[in-house]
Design a protein around this ligand. Sequence first.
Ligand SMILES: *[C@@H]1O[C@H](CO)[C@@H](O)[C@H](O)[C@H]1NC(C)=O
Ligand SMILES: *[C@@H]1O[C@H](CO)[C@@H](O)[C@H](O)[C@H]1NC(C)=O
Ligand SMILES: *[C@@H]1O[C@H](CO)[C@@H](O)[C@H](O)[C@H]1NC(C)=O
Ligand SMILES: *[C@@H]1O[C@H](CO)[C@@H](O)[C@H](O)[C@H]1NC(C)=O
Length: 180
Amino acid sequence: MEEKWVGAIVLLVLVSGWYCSSCCGCLEEERVALLNLKHSIPPPTDYVLASWVGHGDCCKWVGIECNITTKRVFQLSLNLTRGWDVKGWYLNSSLFSPLEELKSLFLWGNSIFGFMKNEGLEKLSSLSNLEVLDLSYNQLNNSILSSLASLSSLKVLNLASNQMEGSLHIPGSFLHNITN
Ligand SMILES: *[C@@H]1O[C@H](CO)[C@@H](O)[C@H](O)[C@H]1NC(C)=O
Ligand SMILES: *[C@@H]1O[C@H](CO)[C@@H](O)[C@H](O)[C@H]1NC(C)=O
Ligand SMILES: *[C@@H]1O[C@H](CO)[C@@H](O)[C@H](O)[C@H]1NC(C)=O
Ligand SMILES: *[C@@H]1O[C@H](CO)[C@@H](O)[C@H](O)[C@H]1NC(C)=O
């Protein structure tokens, strides 16, 4: 009698464990990618990144929107996570590569100075759904413009309030696709 109960409970635990890992969570590689991104961002950071912890469902973390069908991240909002008036830092664009369905990336107000060597915005070109990129209120200068040329899916680009000057030339036919 007792053994039956133990068996039933063990089975229940196993089944619910399988159910949660296969249907409810975000993708493991995306969770790991988000944690890598979090750890690459120097302090000060706000409550948004503080909610990104451990083995939980990363679709429930603050600033993340997942597609309910594919469970993949389609929007990442890191607006003002660091603030626009703190010490500048260099971002590694490859950290976003595992987020294959990313459509909107908001990096408004983070004091981004530029990008790590060979890790510029051209690395986002593997994200074929990327349509919205908000890099406003950072500390970027004209040197990043050429790396935008390969982002062919982009429709909305915000570069307001950075440290750009003179003519803002982006090579190729990049601007033809931009609607805003
Ligand atoms: C979610 O994924 C499905 C299947 O790929 C797609 O048809 C749909 O447009 C996606 N939704 C959003 C909000 O991206
Ligand atoms: C910040 O992110 C949201 C998406 O969550 C976006 O709608 C908004 O326009 C962004 N920018 C600002 C300045 O809040
Ligand atoms: C950037 O991130 C990628 C992916 O995590 C990593 O392989 C690469 O070494 C990083 N580049 C630098 C310069 O840290
Ligand atoms: C532009 O920013 C990059 C990256 O921070 C820096 O190496 C470069 O010296 C800056 N160029 C100018 C003209 O300020």
